[in-house]
Ligand binder design. Structure first.
Ligand SMILES: [Zn+2]
Length: 148
């Protein structure tokens, strides 16, 4: 009479690996999990300031006063300059082209928008051209009804 087969291990491969590597495999897995957890934490914590920065725009704008209808000064442009378009979120750069960073008048100069920082926002050239003489609020409505 044959002896009954010994019960199969629930996880023979795992048993084998643990047997092979001893406790070091378990600690390797644990440290790998810890490093995943800590990298997730670092992603979350590094994302927080970025998210706060991206709240910079779009701006409602500012009109009137002595700076009404005027171009931005270089220092105002520098202060408003960012690497993300406030409208489409695309990365902007300083190279001529559709992603070129442009400092937009939230309320256009032609409509009394002034040259204060409250009226200055970083956009890509594509959005700035599309916005034209619209205010930020008008352009947001246009984007909602006529997406790219
Ligand atoms: Zn854009």
């Amino acid at each position: 009479m044959l002896a009954k087969d010994p019960p199969l291990s629930a996880d023979p491969v795992g048993d084998f690996l643990i047997g092979l590597a001893g406790g070091s495999l378990v600690s390797a897995i644990e440290s790998a999990l810890e490093s995943v957890a800590s990298s997730v934490e670092s992603v979350v914590s590094s994302a927080t300031p970025d998210a706060a920065e991206s709240v910079i725009g779009p701006k409602e704008g500012s009109a009137g006063g002595p700076g009404a209808g005027k171009r931005f000064s270089d220092s105002t442009k520098d202060a408003a300059r960012d690497d993300t378009c406030v409208f489409c979120g695309q990365t902007t750069n300083r190279e001529p082209g559709p992603s070129q960073s442009q400092i937009d008048h939230a309320i256009p100069k032609s409509r009394g928008g002034n040259n204060m920082i409250d009226n200055a926002q970083n956009t890509c050239r594509t959005c700035n051209l599309r916005k034209g003489a619209l205010t930020t609020l008008e352009f947001l409505e246009k984007m909602a009804s006529q997406p790219f």
